[in-house]
Design a protein around this ligand. Structure first.
Ligand code: GLC
Length: 636
């Protein structure tokens, strides 16, 4: 071989050596982060040490599915994707379609230099509520009425299983807001006005993530098993305490009050191993929570030793300024410096990458802050096991919306019903109703509407109306299922007095309430039931014996009608399994629910919470009449 040939081969060999070295193939056997035999800490340390700044910043992003692809995930090293409310891969998409989408994104993430897997997040806040055919459980306010942490834990486990059935690994649940003013549009996402009841309901976290071992170090996230998900306690902190319940507004309270009312849920959540905590859009005494270094880094991380990661809310960075995005460089520096680790940046993610890269390179943000954020995120991913099992398991699709979960939801519905009035006196109760009557009337806008009975955060962000987008049992159907076959059930949504009087009905069941809403769209300064609800109540209850069932995300104005009503039930937002309502109406089970929040007389009393000096409610916190199951009346 001539000299020229030998020179070419030498250059080729040197180039090959350099390539192999750069790519790290030579030390593949030393890639500790890929070896589950090493401790999580060792694997995190090894991986962070290998990452470029670009790869680290990519891990701090969670982007919305509509604005990204597998190729873009690879290009920008993005580590997480989400569905915002109602964001679906296809109309009425099957579990398989969801898995195909998640796995496609995963392929993009795994094709990066270090092959760090991504995870997918969604708001599964009362079951897997975005997904067609999923079981829809009662919203948190109804779960608070059950006073049953063990039930709520089972709901967490069922929800986790249905979420993993669609290939998704991360849920933005539970909301542990302590709603102190029902005028807040998110009050139904809050278990209660009482911090202790909210703490009890954090039992949903081991349901979602798995039971934390007794010897688990304090503050360490714990997730186990292919049927569990990463949970998220939200919204940190004081989201339910804003002035007049105005969403995303300002919570004015001293530190002692914040710690006593709004913080206890986080103590419990961290002790149960919650993996992530979401920052609130709201402010505390005028300082935006998304920019609050003292409460995020100082208290949550350094005092409570929270070892999971803090995630921003959706475009939470943008809303640090008013108007939003007025100074995005300031917002990004403020949010990252405050201690937030992952950022929900649905579409402006290249801007986030460019700005944060500049801030780090100009020493405005130390690499240590970036490494802390990335380390926490990787810790959760490694604990979740997605390095070893990055792709979804199609064998789980059979669990979506299974009857066992629907039975569980029905049990939760039963236990969430609060009986506020039952006949004119205790010795003349109207409930339980007789199964056998000649003819009964069912009336009201919410009697035969699955969308209404599920409320917001169902299929769509703001919820839906009607029965064609959901699988479940309306309350009207439940009544028909329960009464004796010889009982004629007449349904008329909005009957006039003449109709009510002239048909010989034994009694009527009136089901009315709020229309679905979410977040700021639910803020209400008057809390009235939308017409024709009140008119239906007066038309029917002024003429014959009536049971009124209120479908609402919170206490609403009912005081003017209580005298007309014979029996009154607060049903909250029961979800897909309306059969649970008939179960207690007809004595298959007794009423056991207790008010998770105060029911006011008039809105000008608000805010008014149990323990307040001037406490004059229509029905107090904890109130709820009981009935006994009437076996004779109820064939199982
Ligand atoms: C919303 C909500 C938050 C939710 C997030 C993602 O705006 O504030 O509760 O988890 O965005 O949908």
């Amino acid at each position: 071989m001539d000299l020229e040939g030998m020179a070419k081969i030498s250059i080729l060999l040197v180039g090959l050596w350099l390539l192999v070295n750069w790519s790290g193939l030579l030390d593949a056997k030393n890639m500790k982060y890929k070896n589950p035999k090493h401790s999580t800490d060792t694997r995190v340390e090894d991986l962070v040490s290998r990452m470029t700044l670009e790869e680290k910043i990519g891990q701090m992003l969670q982007v919305e599915r509509k604005y990204v692809s597998a190729d873009l995930l690879k290009k920008y090293f993005i580590g997480a994707v989400l569905s915002e409310g109602g964001s679906i891969p296809a109309p009425q998409a099957s579990a398989e379609t969801w898995i195909d989408m998640v796995n496609e994104f995963q392929k993009g993430a795994l094709s990066t230099r270090l092959g760090i897997p991504m995870f997918y997040g969604i708001d599964a806040v009362h079951g897997h509520n975005t997904v067609h055919n999923a079981t829809i459980f009662p919203h948190n306010i109804g779960l608070g009425a059950t006073r049953d942490p063990e039930l709520v834990k089972r709901i967490g486990a069922a929800t986790a299983l249905e979420v993993r059935a669609t290939g998704i690994q991360y849920v933005y649940s539970p909301c542990i807001a302590v709603c102190r003013d029902p005028r807040w549009g998110r009050c139904y996402e809050s278990f209660s006005e009482d911090p202790e009841l909210v703490q009890a309901m954090t039992e949903i976290i081991p349901g979602l993530q798995g039971d934390i071992p007794n010897d688990s170090p304090k503050g360490v996230p714990f997730i186990t098993g292919k049927e569990k998900v990463i949970g998220c306690a939200k919204h940190y902190v004081g989201d339910g305490g804003t002035i007049n319940g105005i969403d995303e507004h300002n919570t004015v309270i001293d530190r002692d009050g914040l710690m006593k009312i709004h913080m206890p849920g986080y103590f419990s959540s961290i002790s149960k191993g919650v993996a992530t905590i979401m920052a609130s859009y709201s402010s505390w005494n005028g300082v935006k929570m998304h920019a609050h270094h003292d409460l995020i880094t100082g208290f949550l991380k350094n005092t409570l030793h929270f070892k999971g990661f803090v995630i921003s809310d959706f475009e939470g960075l943008d809303r640090i300024t008013s108007p939003p995005r007025a100074n995005i460089t300031y917002s990004i520096e403020a949010g990252v410096s405050a201690g937030i680790d992952m950022f929900m940046v649905p579409k402006h993610y290249t801007e986030f990458i460019d700005v944060l890269t500049m801030l780090v390179k100009n020493k405005h943000i130390p690499m240590s802050r970036i490494d802390d954020a990335v380390g926490r995120i990787l810790w959760v991913k490694l604990m979740m096991g997605i390095f070893e099992n990055p792709f979804a398991d199609y064998s789980l699709v059979k669990y979506l919306g299974i009857q066992e979960h629907r039975n569980l939801a029905r049990e939760a519905v039963r236990k969430s019903m609060v009986l506020l009035k039952n006949g004119e006196s205790a010795d003349k109760p109207l409930l339980p109703l007789p199964k056998k009557s000649p003819k009964i009337l069912v009336a009201g806008s919410h009697a035969d509407n699955l969308g209404y009975q599920c409320g917001g955060w169902t299929i769509e962000w703001q919820g839906v109306s009607g029965n064609n987008l959901l699988k479940g049992t309306t309350i009207l159907t439940a009544v028909k299922n329960t009464v004796d076959p010889e009982t004629t059930v007449v349904y008329k949504e909005n009957p006039d007095v003449e109709f009510v009087k002239s048909n010989g009905f034994s009694y009527a069941i009136v089901i009315v309430g709020e229309h679905p809403y979410a977040e700021m769209y639910g803020d209400s300064m008057n809390l009235t039931i939308p017409e024709p609800g009140p008119k239906i109540i007066t038309n029917v209850c002024g003429a014959i014996k009536c049971v009124v069932i209120i479908i609402s995300g919170r206490p609403v104005v009912i005081e003017p009608y209580v005298g007309l009503i014979d029996a009154l039930v607060a049903a909250w937002l029961p979800g897909s399994e309306g059969q649970g309502v008939a179960d207690v109406l007809y004595g298959g089970y007794g009423f056991t629910g207790k008010l998770p929040r105060t029911w006011f007389k008039t809105v000008d009393q608000l805010p008014m919470n149990v323990g307040d000096p001037h406490y004059d409610p229509l029905f107090p916190f904890g109130f709820g009449l009981s009935t006994k199951p009437s076996k004779a009346l109820y064939s199982s």
